[in-house]
Ligand binder design. Structure first.
Ligand SMILES: *[C@@H]1O[C@H](CO)[C@@H](O)[C@H](O)[C@H]1NC(C)=O
Ligand SMILES: *[C@@H]1O[C@H](CO)[C@@H](O)[C@H](O)[C@H]1NC(C)=O
Ligand SMILES: *[C@@H]1O[C@H](CO)[C@@H](O)[C@H](O)[C@H]1NC(C)=O
Ligand SMILES: *[C@@H]1O[C@H](CO)[C@@H](O)[C@H](O)[C@H]1NC(C)=O
Ligand SMILES: *[C@@H]1O[C@H](CO)[C@@H](O)[C@H](O)[C@H]1NC(C)=O
Length: 799
């Protein structure tokens, strides 16, 4: 990302112990590199990291970052750094206040990730936040940053003379690096490596940190770094393992957001909490006795937890994930469940020791439980069919947002859809996440299935099951689509300077051809327009921001159309051809339909639900849609007779958008070339199977409760979630040159650069400026910054 300093500083502890010296040098390197170079290559970092290892550095501060956690040469080198007992501190990113914006390497569990606060202890608006996104769709993100430190208006020395104030997590990170150096200095040099390592240092920092009132754990981590408290912890430190966070308390809101916003109940998808294991005993560790749940009273037995965890804890850290369900006996229970999860780890004996080191860690739980809510109030969010960057060029949803070209915020209820999640909770809805295919949930339990901004394909079984779910089981379906236009995608390609290759979006804002297959049984299809404009339904002023149109809809449905301009490549060409450039045709964008026992609502844009880059929200519309899909309550305006379709909307098959033929989609897809299987994010009953109702339709589908599909069909071979090794993605991409081509892209710090290249047809002058950046004078750079500030991506200036 362009917002972090592309600077690397290696701190040799013996030499640098005075904070202002560090800051002065830092400023120098910052100005030098940040002003003159806008791009940094992976190889430069690998060189520097090798140097750090070769010269036996103790602490390393890295005020850079980027969204590409699949840049394996980089990520693996960071593991090597920490495995060599170098403590790495890194800035979490300046992409806040948007959620889902953590930068790598600060989002790695072996790195100390630092967020920024201001002097009144508020999270700095620029500080990146939201859980890590490596783990979705099947899992749940880890808590980051680890700690926060002052990062706004920090005084440092100016390169010429005098002082200057700087802001950014790039500044907060060295503050923590300085704290770490001071903490290191409490041990005599020959004792340091015995006690100090990336895990014990992180334990001291997070256990000593002061929790701030207000921000949640995905914003502040453990809280504000506290040198004195951390010193007290280290002074008497004995090597041990621990879990971070060590408490999950539903009664502690907002810190425990999003957990504290929605109680547990029987019948729900498992709620996943993914904690980090810190092992101060050794670089490698193993689980000695598996995690277990110890309820503090009888009622705690209503909770059923499945654990997945790293079998090998390396380097220094691993994960322990809780998959929590309330048992069927608890369907009417209301109250608090308390208890502890414990797990015992061991590490090989250190030099001079005989016995292995062993330690038991505790995670305290305090959970709220309510009786199972009525079906109409239960909404299921499809996470499974969402594809994000990395590993591919998944383009942004709103084409107006030119400074953020990739869809990389996770598209999760608890990342960039977090405000929508809160709104739905306020409105009395219970929202669950589905990280597995549509065959992995029991439709009779849910009012509405919510499909928003989805990029993946669908299994044939999913298409059939969804049809059955809606028509026969009475499931409501709400779809929020996005733009899709092949000509525009082709036009959006750009040359990436880092990998020296061309980059083209692998799909549109959403995968319309796939959605059209899914909706075909209902006679619904989206088109390939890219529509923009203001409109209002029911007096609510709204903005349609790069949305698509509806081109097929059955008779008897309710369809709302508005005059918009088509800004897609093909649309623009047509406009010119017809010599009617400014003519706005009425485009259908919202359709509502009753079909069999169920109800369907489709809308062509997701920008109004997405907190990243939202222009106007449509939460009011969403609530009305859910009233309809979940409870069959019909709003008088949405269902006015004037918009009822007497004749179906119908566009020929030939005119529906088709898939790109030049993209090997299986590289990015969880569907193409993959097995249909329910993972550990679905209910325990169907883990490792193909899910509900598939081969038993008719015979079993009216059985109450949850079906457990017969496991004797050879379906249970791949459950394997407890066996998952750390870098799952490694295997996926290894030896896959197509995959690797994308791995290093938009590398690290400089999203701006590809962006400039991307818009070359728009601003050739900027490209020229970029080309000769190296030779620019400071004055010219300033001019450029000012220009950027004007064009809206001015956060750069903050650093
Ligand atoms: C931290 O990193 C920044 C940018 O990479 C650098 O300018 C600064 O000197 C570093 N600070 C310390 C204390 O290492
Ligand atoms: C938890 O996080 C780890 C580390 O990113 C990941 O490998 C694992 O799949 C996650 N598990 C779950 C259930 O989210
Ligand atoms: C859980 O752990 C906490 C902290 O170690 C301890 O105080 C508490 O007694 C434990 N509770 C149970 C039920 O084991
Ligand atoms: C597409 O990629 C997959 C790997 O994801 C590979 O197995 C397959 O052979 C590729 N297909 C083509 C046509 O290149
Ligand atoms: C499926 O799991 C059951 C129970 O663990 C086991 O008995 C059976 O052999 C497994 N079947 C296959 C095909 O692996």
């Amino acid at each position: 990302m362009g917002h972090l300093l592309p600077v690397l500083l290696l701190v040799k502890m013996q030499n640098v112990l005075v904070l202002h010296q560090i800051l002065r040098f830092m400023l120098f390197v910052f100005l030098l590199t940040h002003s003159l170079l806008q791009v940094s290559y992976t190889s430069w970092f690998l060189d520097a990291f090798n140097y750090a290892i070769a010269t036996n550095m103790d602490v390393l501060n890295l005020s850079i970052g980027g969204p590409d956690y699949l840049d394996l040469p980089f990520v693996e080198k960071v593991w090597e750094i920490t495995a060599n007992n170098i403590i790495m501190v890194s800035a979490i990113g300046n992409d806040g206040p948007l959620y889902g914006t953590l930068n790598n390497p600060a989002d790695q569990s072996d790195v100390i990730g630092v967020g920024g606060i201001d002097y009144s202890d508020h999270i700095a608006s620029f500080s990146s936040r939201g859980m890590s996104t490596w783990e979705i769709p099947h899992g749940y993100g880890r808590v980051k940053p680890d700690v926060v430190a002052y990062g706004r208006e920090i005084m440092g020395s100016k390169i010429s003379t005098g002082c200057k104030s700087l802001s950014g997590t790039s500044v907060a990170s060295p503050v923590v690096a300085g704290v770490v150096c001071l903490l290191v200095s409490i041990f005599p040099e020959n004792k340091r490596k015995e006690i100090l390592n990336p895990a014990s240092m992180k334990q001291a920092l997070v256990e000593g940190a002061a929790k701030l009132a207000g921000p949640n754990m995905y914003e502040q981590g453990a809280g504000r770094v506290d040198l004195l408290q951390s010193y007290e912890i280290l002074k008497s430190y004995q090597p041990r393992a621990s879990i971070f966070p060590s408490v999950l308390d539903y009664t502690d809101c907002p810190y425990s957001w999003p957990f504290c916003r929605q109680p547990l109940y029987a019948g729900a998808m498992p709620v996943i909490f993914n904690a980090t294991v810190l092992n101060g005993m050794g670089v490698i560790g193993y689980v000695q006795s598996p995690p277990s749940w110890h309820p503090s009273d009888e009622e705690g037995n209503l909770l059923s937890i499945h654990f997945t965890y790293s079998e090998v804890i390396w380097p220094w850290t691993g994960y322990l994930a809780l998959h929590m369900q309330i048992k069927e006996e608890g369907v009417h229970f209301s109250g608090v469940i308390e208890g502890n999860v414990t797990v015992t780890l061991y590490s090989p004996p250190a030099q001079g020791e005989r016995a292995a080191r062993s330690s038991t860690c505790i995670l305290q739980l305090k959970l709220n439980v309510v009786p199972t809510p009525p079906r109409s109030k239960r909404v299921l969010w499809d996470q499974f069919h969402s594809i994000k960057y990395p590993p591919g060029y998944i383009p942004r949803d709103s084409l107006d947002v030119r400074n953020d070209i990739l869809d990389w915020h996770g598209d999760h209820l608890h990342t960039n859809f977090h405000i929508m999640f809160n709104m739905l909770r306020d409105a009395g809805y219970y929202v669950e996440t589905l990280g597995s295919p549509l065959t992995c949930f029991d439709a009779s339990q849910y009012g509405t299935l919510l499909l928003v901004d989805l990029e993946d394909e669908y299994f044939q079984e999913e298409i059939e099951k969804l049809r059955d779910d809606v028509i026969n089981t009475g499931l409501g379906l709400a779809v929020f689509a996005e733009w899709y236009n092949v000509d525009t995608m082709v036009k959006m390609r750009f040359f990436d300077d880092n990998t020296r290759s061309w980059w083209t979006p692998v799909t549109g804002g959403a995968n319309i051809p796939a959605l059209n297959d899914l909706l075909a049984p209902f006679g619904i299809a989206f088109g390939d327009k890219i529509l923009n404009g203001d409109f209002s339904i029911d007096g609510e002023q709204s903005r349609y921001a790069s949305g698509t149109d509806i081109v097929r809809f059955p008779r008897g449905g309710y369809v709302h159309s508005f005059p918009f301009l088509d800004s897609s490549e093909s649309g623009a060409t047509q406009n010119v051809l017809l010599n009617s450039g400014m003519n706005k045709a009425d485009s259908p964008i919202l359709g509502l339909l009753e079909v069999g026992e169920g109800r369907i609502a489709v809308y062509g844009d997701s920008n109004c639900l997405d907190s990243s880059h939202m222009v106007t929200n449509c939460y009011g519309l969403l609530r009305k849609i859910l009233d309809f899909t979940g409870s069959n309550i019909k709003d008088s305006v949405l269902f006015s007779e004037s918009v009822k379709q007497d004749t179906p909307l119908y566009e020929d098959d030939n005119h529906l958008s088709s898939r790109r033929t030049d993209v090997n989609f299986s590289v990015y897809s969880a569907v193409i070339g993959k097995d249909l299987i329910c993972r550990s994010d679905s209910r325990f009953e169907v883990w490792g199977t193909k899910g509900y109702n598939l081969h038993v339709r008719g015979r079993n589908r009216r059985l109450p409760g949850y079906l457990v599909i017969d496991l004797g069909r050879g379906l249970n071979s791949t459950v394997g979630s407890t066996k998952s090794r750390r870098p799952k993605f490694t295997e996926k991409n290894k030896g896959d040159s197509a995959g690797n081509r994308y791995l290093g892209l938009l590398y690290r710090d400089e999203l701006d650069v590809p962006e400039l290249v991307a818009s070359q047809w728009l601003v050739p002058a900027i490209v020229a400026v970029t080309g000769i950046l190296l030779f620019l004078s400071i004055w010219q750079i300033r001019q450029k910054r000012r220009r950027r500030k004007r064009s809206g991506s001015g956060r750069l200036a903050n650093l």
